[in-house]
Design a protein around this ligand. Structure first.
Ligand code: FES
Length: 302
């Protein structure tokens, strides 16, 4: 498969709270967002360069994955991860953007007062209208489209139009706040961490999203893309680990496919399939690295 960075985000029933990870099973999951970034070294350095592949994918977390492993093996914590929402170049800072990740409906919007992107629960605390259907008001706040409540970059309600000016300050109630998730822009991608509890607000100090150095390297050209893919992340990962399909499934659209050397073989086809050497250099619960003929594959879970 062509060097790709892919993420898949299955849509499932939205859990009532971010930490209620027992979302719907994957069986009927439709991927609501997927994205890719491809970094290719410029031609003049291509020979000396290594191409890298990052496959970043998610699966709806299941309740049993939160339980200790009976075998004592290390468990992957799906909620202690950073997830990419979108390349920033695809996000219009003048409007909110709804996304679904891990079964969570979230809204990304640009807080121009702070000069930062924000990621909130995509549900207004008033009547649960999707905030992604709202707008950025003239003060740079996120305004709900239903009754006009306005929220600042921390998720605090700053204005309830229907509340009398001389009445109680109902907008200061904690029940008027919207959940705000840790988020960061890295590699020109907006990432978020799917825990909105205050104890995770400084998660960046402890853990950052996986870094893809080539994206920030001016010697590389990066192409971003987002696609809906109607299957689970596990199918994608299998696909990325299966280079033998490339000459056939991508016949005619992949450049540079060469016949594999196979001493003793007399029966070649024109597509160029043949034995594929694979070597796993590193592998652990967080992914693997596999050197390739030109560069390497690196999978970073999830
Ligand atoms: S539902 Fe958002 S202001 Fe009423």
């Amino acid at each position: 498969m062509d060097p790709l960075s892919l993420l898949q985000l299955p849509r499932a029933s939205r859990p009532p709270m971010p930490l209620a990870a027992a979302a719907a099973p994957l069986v009927s999951a439709r991927l609501s967002v997927s994205g890719g970034a491809r970094s290719v070294r410029r031609r003049r350095r291509r020979r000396a360069a290594g191409l890298s592949v990052f496959a970043v994918a998610t699966e709806t977390p299941r309740t049993e994955e939160q339980q200790p492993s009976p075998s004592g093996e290390e468990r992957f914590d799906w909620l202690d991860q950073w997830y990419p929402l979108a390349p920033v170049c695809d996000l219009d800072p003048r409007a909110p953007h709804g996304k679904t990740v891990l079964g969570l409906s979230v809204v990304a919007w640009y807080d121009r007062g702070a000069g930062e992107w924000r990621v909130f629960d995509d549900a207004c605390p008033h009547r649960l209208a999707p905030l992604s259907e709202g707008r950025i008001d003239d003060r740079g706040r996120l305004q709900c489209v239903y009754h006009g409540w306005c929220f600042d970059g921390a998720g605090a309600c700053k204005f309830i139009p229907q509340a009398p000016a001389l009445g109680p300050p109902v907008h200061t109630s904690s029940r008027a706040c919207v959940a705000s998730y840790p988020c960061v822009v890295q590699n020109n991608i907006l990432w978020f961490y799917p825990r909105a509890d205050p104890e995770h607000s400084d998660v960046l100090q402890r853990k950052r999203p996986p870094l893809i150095p080539e994206i920030d390297d001016p010697d590389f050209v990066t192409v971003y893309g987002i696609r809906d893919l109607p299957y689970g992340y596990d199918i994608l990962v299998e696909n990325l680990m299966d280079p033998a399909h490339v000459p056939y499934a991508h016949k005619g659209i992949m450049r540079g496919i060469r016949k594999k050397e196979d001493p003793g073989r007399v029966d070649y086809d024109k597509e160029g399939g043949g034995p594929v050497k694979m070597k796993i250099e590193q592998a652990n619960i967080e992914g693997f690295v596999s050197p390739q003929e030109r560069g390497y594959f690196q999978f970073v879970a999830p």
